[in-house]
Ligand binder design. Structure first.
Ligand code: GLC
Length: 430
């Protein structure tokens, strides 16, 4: 495979471009398309080997009468999310955006509109950064190979039919140009995904990256133009950030020299990305907050998914969880946004995040006695409960007189006031 020219930014390291991303930490992933009608997840065409004729009725029917992107954006903002990524096209090939290169778009369904345009405008108006996801796979395009994931993989005539992959790659490049030309500034591009031989220069990646950078020089890109995007220990071969899926890496992700690189775990709220009406295995708000804290404590982001239904609404259960997460974020976001890993080992009772000289202790489990800050004796200035700003007193407890290097405190009333995550902010002395 020829070497991919992975120009990360003008100065070569991508840090300038990813600054906002590393600060914002929390985003909303939105998987939405025709598959919201069968309501068994976005892979339904593949898993159930659905032929074109049987999938077509969903196209003819798609009419999200309650689609209100301003409401989506509000839900995201109130949850404390700072950016969003919407599936402009998923593997089924259906486009939520209007395209000159295909008729297989929302504008030609009863929806009769460019849903990407409305999303971009609404999220921007709400002060969020906007991202688009575009699938490299395409089970609708006549030139996409009938491989192991393709819905027609068992259909002899489809397998033996002539397919011109080059034409598909032209189409892919053309559509990426469209989504990066027609909607103003796009902050994130998520191309998904590469596998086996379908990786790297197969997509004419060097060219594609050049086009992307020319159209939107500031845009940040995922790493999925090359297979291996779920590798948790080997830095980036392409793009600006790594994309572990449904997992938080053990220690964050570093490059070959051991330097931390930007990464973002993408995680579903239940067990599906696309709407699945029988899947009620939702994570609790506590799990979500703790996963977010874990990501930030390892220098990463969380991209949390919702799958709106065919009427255009984010499922009620998801909204409830996001609201609860939002009430925690409203008073605790200082311990998330702008923060990263602390230069201290993970404490017994929870996790640390840090921003400049402020150390945030996320207390997830109440110890039997006072909470110990190992090695921080004499290093702590002001200490405050983040949620209400009340004083936390540093003490040297009678029952730990031999722990001279450690600082200790008791949470107010000897309880953890917030069962999701009680956060204490400590000013560290130089
Ligand atoms: C995978 C799946 C896909 C989902 C994505 C999210 O690549 O194919 O359905 O969109 O991951 O990360």
């Amino acid at each position: 495979m020829p070497r991919i020219h992975n120009k990360r930014n003008d100065s070569g390291d991508g840090t300038e471009r990813t600054k906002w991303f590393m600060r914002d930490r929390f985003g909303m992933f939105i998987h939405w398309g025709l598959y919201s009608i069968p309501a068994r997840g976005e892979w339904v065409r593949s898993t159930e080997k659905i032929p074109d004729e049987a999938y077509q009725p969903f196209f003819e029917e798609f009419n999200p009468v309650r689609f209100d992107p301003r409401q989506w954006a509000r839900i995201a903002r109130l949850a404390g999310q700072k950016y969003a990524v919407l599936t402009a096209k998923h593997h089924d090939g259906f486009c939520l955006f209007d395209s000159k290169l295909t008729d297989y778009t929302a504008a030609n369904t009863p929806a009769k509109r460019d849903l990407v345009g409305e999303y971009v405008e609404a999220f921007r108006a709400e002060g969020l950064k906007v991202g688009l996801y575009y699938s490299l796979l395409d089970w609708h395009h006549a030139d996409y190979p009938v491989d192991q994931y393709h819905p027609l993989r068992d259909v002899e005539s489809a397998k033996s039919g002539k397919r011109e992959f080059g034409r598909y790659v032209d189409y892919l490049h053309g559509q990426v140009k469209e989504i990066l030309t027609n909607y103003g500034k796009i902050d994130i591009l998520w191309l998904d995904f590469s596998y086996d031989k379908m990786s790297g220069e197969v997509w004419r990646t060097t060219d594609l990256l050049e086009t992307i950078r020319t159209l939107q020089p500031h845009i940040i890109m995922d790493n999925r133009l090359v297979a291996g995007h779920c590798d948790l220990r080997s830095g980036l071969r392409v793009g600006d950030f790594a994309t572990p899926e449904q997992i938080v890496p053990e220690r964050g992700i570093v490059d070959g020299k051991g330097n931390a690189i930007p990464w973002e775990s993408c995680i579903t709220l239940n067990d599906h990305w696309g709407y699945a009406n029988a899947d009620h295995n939702y994570k609790s708000a506590q799990e979500v907050v703790r996963t977010l804290v874990e990501c930030v404590s390892k220098n990463g982001n969380l991209l949390l998914n919702v799958g709106p239904n065919s009427r255009g609404e984010i499922p009620e259960e998801s909204v409830r969880i996001l609201e609860r997460v939002g009430s925690w974020m409203r008073v605790n976001s200082a311990g998330i946004c702008g923060c990263g890993a602390a230069s201290l080992p993970k404490p017994e009772w929870g996790r640390y995040t840090q921003c400049g000289n402020v150390l945030y202790a996320h207390i997830l489990e109440k110890p039997a006695g006072p909470v110990a800050l190992r090695g921080l004796s004499g290093r702590i200035g002001k200490a405050r409960l983040l949620a209400d700003g009340s004083e936390i007193r540093i003490e040297q407890p009678w029952n730990a007189t031999d722990c001279k290097e450690d600082a200790f405190f008791n949470p107010p009333g000897n309880q953890l006031p917030d069962s999701l995550d009680t956060v204490v902010a400590f000013e560290l002395k130089a």
